[in-house]
Design a protein. Structure first.
Lengths: 360, 276
């Protein structure tokens, strides 16, 4: 697809971005509200054009392990799912992080816990940023707030994944996945040639030539002394991400007396609530998180030092607020407003919460 | 002092295949894993595919298989090797891809991945070592533990009412249209090793011919887990494992082999015990 203005769903944008960004393989399992990702790929038949492999697996457990196998050969491999399916993938996620395999995973969140609801939610923040699976690891986590960002972040995700040899999570929700918006597509990037694959993934298991040792992709190290050293290496990688790869957006924060912190769908609602508040003369700004890990700790702390209160807006019972409190060291009042279980708050509700909890 | 004059290339009668590394294997003396590794490695050498082969290791006794094969290797989560191998092969059809798994990995925690890879007819080779026990974790009951057989979690013997039946997953896989060659072998005698190696070779050659999934079960011993000497373990294996896991081809050229009744998925002796 060449550069064009299109109207499409967030889930469709993910699928089209995968094809356009030179993805080698997608492995998935149907689950609402993200099934359009695989449906779009199957309808597009990229195996006839770019050569991209698309396979419907028998479960999310199989999908994420197919991602492991394919990505461990140094190819660009992705999957997508929604909250309950992402829970099933957590074993695979920690193995991917532990084996340092670059890949892209998309979570189009729905309400939980358990089977929960098929409506949008943002209650997987902890799972995404605090581990999810076992062991000390982190996923680079991008939170798109529009169909355009669903598309663009797939391209960005490959860069980060291969730069750091780390899985990248695109944390979206049912609202962004299902809504239709305009977006500008990009010119197609061809899939990597064999030479590019070998250059970009010299660690990959693509068949041992006579002139190199065998490549092993594993997360196992039975010698604890070596495993501790490896853990330090991972932590250094995460520290570098915190230093170099933080992304966020500030709207009307310069003169703000109060700010709201939000990401994804909630940031869109908070943006409207901010306009309504400004019309009433309340000077409110919006600090939108784009990366949830690494969290923009320093940047948020700088803004927080100049305001009288912070409202966290999240479609959860209050998860992101913990990182906001850590970042601001509770130097200003920080409150949470959220609807959850699949309910999306209105801008009016957010404004009311702002006035009652923060402005007072 | 031995006469070192005889150490000359022209006197060479055997050497380790170069597809095995110099690493010292961690397997218990008497275990069948080392021999099975050697068979697979020799086949890779004979077919000249060392540079075009990727293996997938399991969780279990052979978790460190990747240290012993001098080919590119991936280490899977417990039971997931067929899912990894599926993607390796689909994204790299020019590679020869094999999994190497034990009974707990392949036939308990990884049953779904095993059956679906076979049912899709993935063009891969699966090596399945069945010793009826979880060796690495200390000899617990496996899906293939025989009825009445003692293990760390069936100290009074496997009881059908409590533990269900031993699983003949190899026969089960043979019923699926996606499998092309399904066989059961052993490596406890030189003659058996020759047959097992020939079977493994076929399983790689059929992969190259894109015939579908090829599956080689190796019925093996676990003298440590069974608490026997290696010699006793091999004898016990012949007397108890072989009647329940009969050696020979189960599916050849995509068809069930003559004399094989794959509908009898439950071991005969398990039914006998239940009917008593």
């Amino acid at each position: 697809m060449a550069k064009e203005l299109k109207l499409m769903k967030g889930n469709e944008a993910i699928a089209r971005a995968m094809i356009a960004s030179g993805c080698d393989g997608y492995f998935g399992y149907p689950i609402t509200p993200q099934s359009e990702v695989m449906e779009t790929l199957m309808a597009e038949k990229p195996w006839e054009t770019t050569g991209m492999v698309v396979l419907q697996a028998e479960s999310e457990v199989a999908s994420i392990n197919m991602v492991y196998g394919g990505a461990a050969t140094g190819k660009k491999v992705a999957t997508s799912s929604s909250s309950p399916g992402i829970s099933l993938m957590q074993e695979g996620m920690t193995y991917l992080a532990g084996a340092e395999i670059p890949c892209v995973v998309v979570n189009v969140m729905r309400g939980g816990p358990g089977l929960g609801t098929i409506q949008p939610s943002q209650s997987d923040y902890f799972q995404s940023t605090k581990g999810g699976g076992h062991g000390d690891y982190q996923l680079y986590t991008l939170a798109p707030a529009s169909v355009q960002e669903m598309y663009d972040f797939v391209f960005d995700a490959w860069d980060i994944a291969f730069k750091y040899r780390n899985p990248v999570l695109i944390l979206s929700d049912g609202a962004i996945g299902q809504c239709m918006e305009k977006l500008y597509t990009r010119d197609d990037m061809p899939r990597w040639t064999e030479e590019e694959r070998r250059k970009n993934a010299p660690w990959g298991t693509w068949g041992k030539p006579a002139d190199r040792n065998h490549n092993i992709v594993t997360s196992l190290e039975l010698d604890s002394a070596k495993q501790e050293i490896f853990n330090h290496k991972l932590q250094a990688k995460y520290a570098e991400m915190k230093e170099k790869e933080v992304r966020y957006e500030m709207l009307n924060c310069e003169d703000a007396d109060y700010i709201m912190v939000a990401y994804g769908s909630s940031s869109r609602i908070a943006m409207k609530a901010m306009q309504m508040a400004r019309e009433k003369g309340i000077k409110v700004g919006l600090f939108r998180l784009i990366t949830l890990f690494p969290f923009p700790t320093k940047q948020l702390a700088e803004v927080a030092a100049k305001v009288k209160g912070i409202l966290c807006v999240e479609m959860s019972a209050g998860q992101m607020i913990e990182d906001v409190k850590l970042a601001t060291e509770c130097k200003v009042p920080v409150e949470h407003f959220g609807r959850f279980g699949g309910i999306i708050p209105t801008p009016g509700e957010v404004l009311k919460a702002l006035e009652e909890k923060i402005v007072k | 002092m031995a006469n070192l004059d005889i150490v000359k290339p022209e006197n060479l009668v055997y050497q380790r295949t170069k597809v095995l590394t110099d690493a010292t294997m961690h397997y218990c003396p008497g275990c069948g894993h080392g021999t099975t590794h050697r068979c697979v490695a020799e086949v890779i050498e004979e077919l000249g595919i060392q540079d075009k082969t990727v293996g997938v290791a399991p969780v279990g006794c052979s978790v460190l298989a990747y240290n012993y094969f001098d080919v590119d290797f991936q280490e899977a989560a417990h039971g997931r090797a067929p899912a990894l191998a599926t993607a390796v092969k689909r994204l790299n059809p020019e590679l020869n891809v094999f999994t190497y798994q034990g009974d707990g990995d392949l036939a308990a925690i990884g049953t779904a991945e095993t059956i679906h890879a076979a049912n899709r007819g993935e063009n891969i080779t699966m090596i399945f070592v069945n010793n009826g026990i979880y060796g690495m974790t200390g000899g617990q009951m496996a899906p293939t533990t025989l009825v009445g057989m003692r293990s760390a979690t069936t100290p009074y013997g496997r009881n059908v009412e409590r533990n269900g039946y031993p699983l003949r997953i190899t026969e089960l896989l043979a019923t699926l249209p996606g499998t092309y060659y399904v066989t059961r072998q052993s490596v406890h005698t030189p003659a058996a090793v020759r047959k097992a190696k020939a079977a493994i070779k076929k399983a790689f050659e059929f992969q190259q011919q894109k015939k579908g999934l090829c599956f080689v079960e190796i019925v093996s011993n676990c003298n440590s887990g069974w608490k026997m000497t290696p010699v006793q373990a091999n004898k016990w294996m012949e007397e108890n494992m072989f009647p329940n896991y009969p050696i020979g081809d189960i599916k050849v050229d995509g068809k069930i082999a003559e004399g094989i009744d794959v509908n009898r998925l439950v071991l005969d002796h398990a039914l006998e015990v239940v009917n008593k």
